[in-house]
Design a protein around this ligand. Structure first.
Ligand SMILES: NC(=O)c1ccc[n+]([C@@H]2O[C@H](COP(=O)([O-])OP(=O)(O)OC[C@H]3O[C@@H](n4cnc5c(N)ncnc54)[C@H](O)[C@@H]3O)[C@@H](O)[C@H]2O)c1
Length: 440
């Protein structure tokens, strides 16, 4: 069995390392963050993700971590690179962390008498990055030639935070960009031993895989924005029901039901920036990716549309404070990056509205981001007790249990962004508004 190393033990890297180790591979993790290295070595999950702790515990003896790149190169045959690739001002992904890691790894490779090493880039990159900058860097620092002294693959993951491990073990698609057929065969073989399902395997050139990765997310965001536009329409038309419509549309195979619910803007660390990266990549080649640009515009509009809805209901009540339930960009994760909730709160703060928030996992991140500018509740009930206008922003299971007993004020308005509450249980004192449906 191949020995693996994983560079970057963050949200995706720690889960990948744990999945490989739990399936029998010997894995060495490397991170510049010593706390993450120490966590792995003491059998603890460095980040929160469902099932991560369970897999780390089950991998005892097969998973260790270090800050020494030489140890990783010497102790493994294949290295996965899962470091951050933040968006630059111009919308392209920066490969500076990849370059840093690969410089040290290539130097370590130069010092060994190993004949061959395989590098697998999992980080999201702008198309062209591997051919134009990664391969030349490895060749110049290691003194080796591509497909002789080393091989390279681009193998991004299509996972969502909150379900990283189940997505990783049961992917729809295994995307493999390969510098040679032998490289692709080897990557495919690793996943055959790791995946619990039999995913479609798409093998192609490195640049085709780089384009595929951002195209997929750009397409999904376009679909979300279409459903959101439909939801806005339904709000304007009594008797029109967004869920009836999207259920019917999704039954058609050409459309499919996923990411078609109709509601709030998309957010998180991948969708918004992958879509923008698609547009700037196309622009580099003289193509105007209008759909990607408009998708971004529609997405920004969804936030102001929601803020307008909230403001309308504040002005109709005596409320001076708004309760926001849900801060993360989706349930089961503490990540608040570009979340609908964060964008809504920012809009409301501009109008001097007081905000109190609750989220089961994201409170600490919200405190770092908003500081004293908003108030923090200790539970759903606590959050609802402070105001008479409440917005349920995420599809958190806990929120769907809200009934009349949760409200202490004489009257209240609830705006349910994903239609997860049972309005019949809210009693007469609560005015129920759902995004995507007419108020009449
Ligand atoms: N998180 C997701 O949902 C997701 C999904 C698909 C793709 N990706 C891509 O995967 C990559 C990693 O994302 P993430 O969410 O895991 O990021 P993250 O910030 O959670 O983790 C990255 C880790 O890499 C470490 N690191 C940075 N430079 C390093 C170096 N030179 N050597 C060793 N370690 C280093 C950091 O300390 C950090 O622990 C990104 O390119 C991202 O776009 C992420």
């Amino acid at each position: 069995m191949d020995k693996l190393s994983v560079i970057g033990l963050g949200k995706l890297g720690a889960c990948s390392a744990a999945c490989f180790a739990s399936r029998g591979f010997k894995v060495i993790g490397v991170d510049i963050n010593k706390d993450f290295v120490d966590a792995i070595n003491s059998g603890k999950a460095p980040v929160y993700e469902p099932r991560l702790q369970e897999l780390i515990t089950a991998s005892k003896g097969r998973l260790k971590a270090t800050q020494d790149y030489e140890e990783a190169i010497k102790g493994s045959d294949i290295t996965f690179l899962i470091v951050p690739t933040p968006s630059r001002q111009d919308g392209h992904f920066s490969d500076r962390y990849l370059q840093d890691a690969l410089k040290y790894l290539s130097l370590a490779l130069k010092k060994t008498d190993k004949k061959y090493h395989l590098f697998i880039i999992t980080s999201t990159v702008s198309p062209g990055t591997i051919d134009e900058s990664i391969i030349p860097l490895i060749e110049s620092v290691s003194g080796r030639k591509l497909n002789k002294g080393f091989g390279i693959s681009y193998n991004p993951e299509f996972i969502a935070l909150g379900s990283v491990i189940s997505d990783f073990l049961n992917p729809d698609l295994l995307l493999i960009g390969e510098s040679s057929k032998a490289v692709g065969d080897r990557v495919e073989e690793i996943y055959r031993g790791v995946c619990e399902n039999r995913p479609y395997v798409a093998r192609m050139s490195l640049v085709s895989a780089e384009i595929t990765k951002i195209s997929l997310n750009s397409y999904i965001t376009m679909k979300i924005s279409f459903a959101n536009t439909l939801a806005n329409l339904c709000e304007a038309i009594p008797e029109a029901d967004i869920d009836d419509i999207t259920m019917a549309l999704g039954a058609d195979k050409r459309i499919s039901p996923y990411y078609l619910k109709g509601g709030l803007s998309f957010g998180g660390p991948c969708f918004p920036r992958d879509n923008r990266a698609f547009a700037v990549f196309a622009e580099k080649y003289g193509i105007d990716a209008k759909l990607a640009r408009i998708t971004d515009e529609v997405n920004r509009f969804q936030t102001s549309h929601l803020a307008d809805l909230v403001l309308k209901h504040i002005s109709g009540s005596s409320a001076s404070i708004v309760s926001i339930l849900g801060l993360a960009y989706k349930p089961n994760t503490p990540v608040i990056e570009e979340s609908s909730s964060v964008k809504l709160i920012e809009e409301l703060l501009k109008k001097d509205i007081e905000i109190i928030v609750y989220d089961p996992l994201a409170m600490e991140n919200a405190k770092v981001y908003f500081g004293d500018n908003i108030l923090y509740a200790s539970s759903v009930k606590d959050c609802l007790s402070h105001s008479s206008v409440c917005v349920v922003v995420t599809q958190e299971k806990e929120f769907s249990a809200i009934d009349k007993d949760y409200f202490v004020n004489d009257s209240a308005t609830v705006i349910d962004c994903w239609r997860i509450l049972d309005s019949s249980k809210l009693g007469k004192k609560v005015k129920y508004i759902s995004v995507g449906k007419s108020e009449k």
